[in-house]
Design a protein around this ligand. Structure first.
Ligand code: IPM
Ligand code: MG
Length: 364
């Protein structure tokens, strides 16, 4: 089969890890007889340097006419001045909005071979395997009004947590659909004891639940959820939440897996189905890690796992996705580790070596 893929390596360690993901994708293509046509573009700081915007209209168009987008990372101290007119992160937000990527999937699964590399007691993280569904194109990130202004009594600023019932319905539905194919337990996270937007969220979740009688719906307040994630993370199966809560909770959850370097993500324009062909953007959860850039240090497994998600949700290639995941498992079992997941008696490798090891397993 033929697929068009937009590749946006971005900033910091982005280009290094993206190369390894492409290497693995091409190995899959070779082994299974697929053609992946790669179209490279600029986003983030590198785009600001070259075009003065974090995402050019041409790059957005190129992404829109592809089957999926693979993104490395954006951002870095060079572009961080708070008063700067344009930030690398604007490119990421423009992609999410411009491509209609309302559903952000962040699976957190602790590999049994890595339980010794987290800060939590192994007994607590044993068996952790859940998936976060974060709303990605609404709430505080995008809703209006959103501005800063001067008054006679000083400066003021506002962001708005506004949600329409349609926005809530479609994201909650993603949660139910995923839960249906898993342990049938959906936790909807809100702050309904205080926020109006959360009260509507809760009502809509209850309405959608009627269509899914086999899935158990539980409402959890966001602060209680933050606590439960550390206290008993194995409790969770699927969680669904609004944009900002999801941003914060998924960083917290990533620490369960030991390193952000292990966690993939998918941002989708529709309801995911294994073997389906939903348009999506795939990226590692970790950022651009500027201090590690250019050192062949960064762990490429998060973006390689993101490629597996891409094969599964956007290209409909389940066997191929499984092959990527089992290649990673084997390489880890053999004791190879990047610096972030290094443990006693293991073999330390760099970004490139890790990518080579995975690609070689796929080549067979
Ligand atoms: C994330 C990141 C982004 C976000 C930033 C880089 C804008 O933290 O993907 O979680 O806040 O959504
Ligand atoms: Mg974040």
């Amino acid at each position: 089969m033929q697929f068009n893929l937009a590749v946006l390596p971005g900033d910091g360690v982005g280009p290094e890890v993206t190369s390894e993901a492409v290497k693995v994708l091409l190995a899959i293509g070779k082994r299974f007889g697929h053609d992946f046509n790669l179209h490279y573009g600029l986003v983030g700081g590198v785009a600001i340097d070259k075009t003065r915007v974090a995402l050019s209209p041409e790059t957005l168009k190129m992404c829109q006419s592809s089957d999926a987008v693979l993104l490395g990372a954006v951002g870095g101290p060079k572009w961080d001045a708070p008063k700067a007119k344009v930030h690398p992160e604007d490119g990421l937000l423009a992609l999410r909005k411009g491509l209609g990527l309302f559903a952000n999937l962040r699976p957190v699964k602790v590999s049994p071979v890595l339980t010794d590399s987290t800060n939590l007691k192994p007994a607590v993280i044993e068996g952790v395997d859940f998936i976060f569904v974060r709303e990605l194109t609404g709430g505080l990130y995008f809703a209006r009004p959103k501005r800063q202004w001067r008054t006679s009594r000083g400066r003021r600023a506002t962001d708005s947590m506004t949600y329409s019932e349609q926005e809530i319905e479609r994201i909650v539905r993603v949660g139910f659909e995923l839960a249906r194919g898993r342990l049938k337990k959906l936790v909807s996270v809100d702050k309904a004891n205080v926020l109006q937007s959360s009260r509507l969220w809760r009502q809509v979740a209850i309405e959608v639940a009627e269509e899914y009688p086999n899935v158990e719906l539980e409402h959890m307040l966001v602060d209680a959820c933050a606590m439960r994630l550390i206290q008993n993370p194995a409790y969770f199966d699927v969680l669904v939440t609004e944009n900002m809560f999801g941003d914060i909770l998924t960083d917290e959850a990533s620490m369960l897996a030991g390193s952000m370097g292990m966690l993939p993500s998918a941002s989708l324009a529709g309801v995911p189905r294994e073997g389906g062909n939903i348009f999506g953007m795939y990226e590692p959860i970790h950022g651009s890690a500027p201090r590690r850039a250019g050192l062949n240090m960064a762990n490429p497994l998060a973006i390689i796992l993101s490629v597996a998600m891409m094969l599964r949700y956007s290209f409909g290639l389940i066997k191929e996705a499984q092959m990527v995941e089992s290649a990673i498992d084997e390489v880890l079992k053999e004791g190879y580790r990047t610096y972030d997941i290094m443990g006693e008696g293991k073999t330390k490798v760099g970004t490139k070596e890790m990518g080579d090891l995975v690609a070689k397993k796929i080549a067979g």
